[in-house]
Design a binder for this molecule. Sequence first.
Ligand code: SF4
Ligand code: SF4
Length: 102
Amino acid sequence: MKHITIIMPLIKECSVSACGFNAMDGCHAKAITVGNGTNPGCDTFFNVPDMSAHATSVGRTGGVGACKVSGCKFNTDYECMADEIMVSLISQKANCATYAPR
Ligand code: SF4
Ligand code: SF4
């Protein structure tokens, strides 16, 4: 496998325990995509009710690969420029809790 190295904002914490990438309040996807329009939802979320089927590579913490919420003050060219973000359930959806309107 060929590798690339990219600097991305860290997902410091994610409390959406039903997501298949979640273990111990951490996101273990390589990178997530956030948002659509004005909604800062985590597009990478997928529901896996069986905790034993969640990601097991917990040594790696995910980052924000892309964000389509241009109205967030941390967004430049559809990328997140925050140092780190938090993700949590907001209105029953996995959302970026670091989102802040311009
Ligand atoms: S940040 Fe998104 S992909 Fe990662 S564990 Fe949370 S809901 Fe899942
Ligand atoms: S902080 Fe703003 S720019 Fe960064 S992922 Fe969240 S909504 Fe997108």
